[in-house]
Design a protein around this ligand. Sequence first.
Ligand code: UD1
Ligand code: CA
Length: 467
Amino acid sequence: MIDIHVVILAAGKGTRMKSAMPKVLHLLAGRPIIEHVLATVDRLRATSTTLVVGHGSDQVKAALAGRQGLQYVIQSPQLGTGHALLQAEPVLKGMKGVVLLLYGDVPLLEPGTLLRLLETHRETGAALTVLTTKLADPYGYGRIVRDNSGRVERIVEERDASAEQRGIAEINSGIYALSLDSLFGHLHDLATDNSQDEYYLTDLVAIYRQKRLLVESLRLESADELRGVNSRQDLAELSRTVRQRKNRELMIDGVTLEDPATSYVDVAVTVGADTVLGPAVRLEGHTVIGERCRIHAGCRLTDAVVKDDVVVLDHSVVVDSMIGPGATVGPMAHIRPKSVIGRSARVGNFVELKKTSLGEGSKASHLAYLGDATVGDGVNVGAGTITCNYDGEKKHQTVIEDDVFIGSDSQLIAPVTIGKGAYVGAGSSISEDVPAGALAIARGRQVVKPEWATDRKAKRDAGKGDR
Ligand code: UD1
Ligand code: CA
């Protein structure tokens, strides 16, 4: 196998995004644009991957800090695509093989397409192979000018093209395979005699032809994969394409999407067979959903792990938490980070959990807040129960052991432990531990004044008669 050295150009400003953030960090279907490109590159088993950064380079590096095996070169100022590639010379000097040149803002390319480009390059023995396609509206792109024998002669940019050349439908994708042995020697020959005073990488084609180096091309039937992100509109359209791809994969894998047009499933999410996703469901980050689950309309799950046979009812939010097999959550539940919901447990409407584990078969069915709590198996948490976990300075733990019954509208003032099998009477404010098997009642005693209301009414009526 020939060595593949990937170089990704991402130094440009992305003016049309009108953003303080570097273009390649904008989220496309939930993942930074550049991460889509890198995910494709991951599949190619490249010898090296170099990112050419400039505008916002610190931000780009920080965002990719978790990635291994990336090398960076800085291009400053940005004097064009040819100049950008030239910046990679120090890190690629003395290397053998082929440079695969990609753009950081062209995220839909499939690994198979790039492998085909490399294959064409290798089979033909070319020094440069350019990926092209035909567009109904080629405006703005470099045009592929071919000679009488149909060979690529040169590439002209829109601004430098004659009226006749502007009529050419075949465009330069900007993606190339370039043999390293001839590359850097000739890259230094690029000049800036064009309308933008830039070093155009595209001029390399004419230079190679002059030097009798072989220039080849691979033309794609469909331009879809070659689309770049230049504006927020592009971002929205390409996001939709990525989502549609993901939705198609899910359906092929046996997932029902009630309305694919409104299913927002990030690329890294996995969903088991026979699971049904309702309309307007968002599955984000590294969420993993099991088999035979039902995620109803309007739910958002971020980095959640959902086991088999779980039902998440409408408009629930689950973040960085685990839901055990057969559990039911929602509607309108809020499961905040580091929560664990046990097997067959039930978390009902308007219940919020934070850093709380709920044991097997336990229930918090209505209007509760459980924060920093460890709840055992078979526990019943009554409606309106609140863990008072915060004293204004620190968070404190609540422990509720197995088979406890917490009556409705109770406050558990942490730190506090309710022992196994204990009962807490409705409306209690519990500030001391409750031993196992006990009943704790902590509320004002009821006072009854017989006839009080009747007497008052009678007095009032009598007063009216006086007037
Ligand atoms: C380029 C090609 C054009 C092709 C088009 C495809 C040139 C001269 N033209 O044009 O033929 O049809 O791509 O999209 O190559 N970049 C840098 N440093 C720079 C300039 C650009 O890193 O100094 C990066 C950008 O961040 C971007 C990529 O290179 O990722 C392309 O730059 P862009 O300015 O969009 O090129 P185009 O003018 O669109
Ligand atoms: Ca562009």
